[in-house]
Ligand binder design. Structure first.
Ligand code: PPS
Length: 286
């Protein structure tokens, strides 16, 4: 909370800023790698990318969880532009400087809530945030359905950015993890266009879209030494390899029973209502 309040009070957005927003475990690490590679492609060739030597969370730091942690006020003006920064904060909690800055862009990545829930439980266990293995899913699932989850209720988080993207599509791009998995090449181009770094015909012909997609792919990042070893200290300590578990769509089936999945599907239908937002839960959009 202290870090968030400091971030809200002291951060000053500038037009070239790029803000990557996600609910935890929605594919943040992937989005960081993609945005970093797209924007910096003229500074480093793909085979010399800093991603080959650094976990994406160092290259694109979290605002409230990293830069402003413990109420620290970082010298953010010293960062090279464009600054690519990440947040898990809900749209409603972003400092007004980000919302009022006319050219600063926000990309939001959303993921099937059952996969988010599943990924979170594995992350907690892998980093030993919980003192003992879970005896049952009942309590964490009930809490998730009640909106008791880091950064607030899942549906409020998605809907905040969804509505903002409808209102101001030049400023907020709303993406889904499952769409990136389905067609990463189109997603790379979409992100590049949105950020004002479109790939030229020559770059496309030279295969740069595919090269960026491969560099940022789960298999590639997971197998790099910089992601196999080490830990990152943000507001908590997490193993680099815990950000790369399976990287699949629908892995929740191995954890969540159908009765719970049905309940969450109905809850999402109710919460999303007439918003126009649909998420693929059972292979159907809800
Ligand atoms: S965090 O802690 O919020 O930054 O975590 P986050 O990166 O949002 O979520 C981690 C999940 O994303 C998967 N992942 C990827 N999927 C596809 N491609 C790439 N490159 C990639 N990198 C990470 C990661 O495996 C976690 O999902 P699960 O389902 O647990 O495997």
């Amino acid at each position: 909370l202290r870090a968030t309040l400091t971030f809200q009070k002291h951060f000053k957005a500038i037009d070239s800023d790029i803000i990557l927003a996600t609910m935890p475990k929605s594919g943040t690490t992937w989005l960081k790698a993609l945005a970093f590679s797209i924007v910096n492609r003229n500074n480093h060739s793909v085979d010399e990318s800093p991603l080959l030597f650094s976990n994406p969370h160092y290259l694109v730091p979290f605002l409230e969880m990293h830069l402003y942690k413990d109420g620290n006020i970082p010298d953010i003006d010293a960062m090279p532009c464009p600054r690519i920064l990440a947040t898990h904060l809900p749209y409603q909690f972003l400092p007004s400087t980000i919302l009022d800055c006319s050219n600063c862009r926000i990309i939001y990545l959303c993921r099937n809530p059952l996969d988010v829930f599943t990924s979170t439980l594995h992350f907690v266990l892998q980093n030993r945030f919980a003192s003992r293995p879970l005896a049952s899913l009942d309590v964490p699932f009930e809490e998730f359905c009640q909106g008791i989850y880091p950064y607030g209720p899942f549906w409020d988080h998605c809907l905040g950015y969804w509505n903002a993207s409808l209102k101001n599509p030049q400023k907020v791009l709303f993406l889904k993890y499952e769409d990136l998995k389905k067609d990463i090449n189109s997603s790379v181009k979409k992100i590049a266009d949105f950020l004002g770094y479109p790939l030229s015909a020559e770059e496309e012909e030279a295969g740069l879209v595919e090269e960026i997609a491969t560099l940022c792919s789960f298999e590639n990042l997971k197998n790099l030494n910089c992601n196999k070893e080490g830990e990152i200290q943000t507001v908590f300590r997490a193993k680099h390899n815990s950000f790369f578990r399976k990287g699949e769509v629908g892995d929740w089936v191995n954890l969540v029973p159908p009765s719970m999945a049905n309940r969450l599907e109905k809850l999402m239908q109710e919460k999303f209502g007439e918003s126009g937002l649909t998420l693929d839960i059972h292979g159907n959009s809800v």
